[in-house]
Write a protein that binds this ligand. Structure first.
Ligand code: SIN
Length: 192
């Protein structure tokens, strides 16, 4: 079984004293905002890269056959583009449940991609680190695509996660060779 992070997130970072909190989304949180938010803005964070190295037991796979979803891996010279949401603290009850399969929240600094590019803000990001039990780690992009192609979970087919994310990243004009290369491999597999 994987480690459920709901209680750990609540204990490590209580948020109830805050009026609102910014959250940086880099995976499904970019294209699936199933929570109320005050505003949403394209943003980027430095020192992290998006990788399909996290297993999904509860959304795009099952405990027996985990799917593959995005997490962030520390990488000094890299930048990760995503979508930031300003939310009230009560929304984290839903978010912590959604991200419970190994993701811990951390405060980090975002930069806006839109007109106020030089303005920075502190906010939260969910990261599933290498020490969580659902972590799968590196594989070639072709192997990741094969894995995604055969996976499915309660939130739907794993290919949908990857394809929607790639589409959303194109809309954000984000350069992400890892995601786009998995997308290319996956499309070849799906056409077989
Ligand atoms: C995120 O989108 O920021 C976290 C990973 C996910 O839920 O896909």
């Amino acid at each position: 079984m994987s480690h459920n992070t709901i209680e750990e997130n609540k204990r490590r970072l209580p948020l109830d004293h805050l009026e609102s909190v910014w959250l940086f989304g880099y995976g499904s949180l970019i294209y699936k905002a199933d929570f109320p938010y005050l505003q949403r803005r394209p943003a980027r964070i430095h020192g992290w890269q998006r990788r399909f190295w996290q297993g999904s037991h509860d959304h795009r796979g099952t405990p027996e056959k985990p799917g593959r979803v995005a997490t962030l891996i520390a990488a000094a010279n890299e930048t990760c583009v995503g979508m930031a949401y300003e939310v009230t603290p009560d929304v984290f009850a839903h978010l912590d449940h959604r991200e419970k399969n190994g993701y811990l929240r951390f405060f980090t600094t975002f930069e806006w991609l839109d007109h106020q590019e030089d303005q920075q803000v502190e906010g939260l990001v969910y990261v599933a680190g290498p020490d969580n039990e659902a972590f799968l780690g590196p594989a070639s992009e072709a192997d990741i695509a094969e894995h995604i192609a055969r996976s499915e979970g309660p939130s739907g087919p794993n290919p949908e996660y990857l394809l929607k994310l790639a589409e959303a990243l194109r809309e954000l004009e984000a350069d992400d060779p890892h995601v786009f290369s998995i997308e290319q491999e996956l499309k070849k597999i799906l056409q077989r």
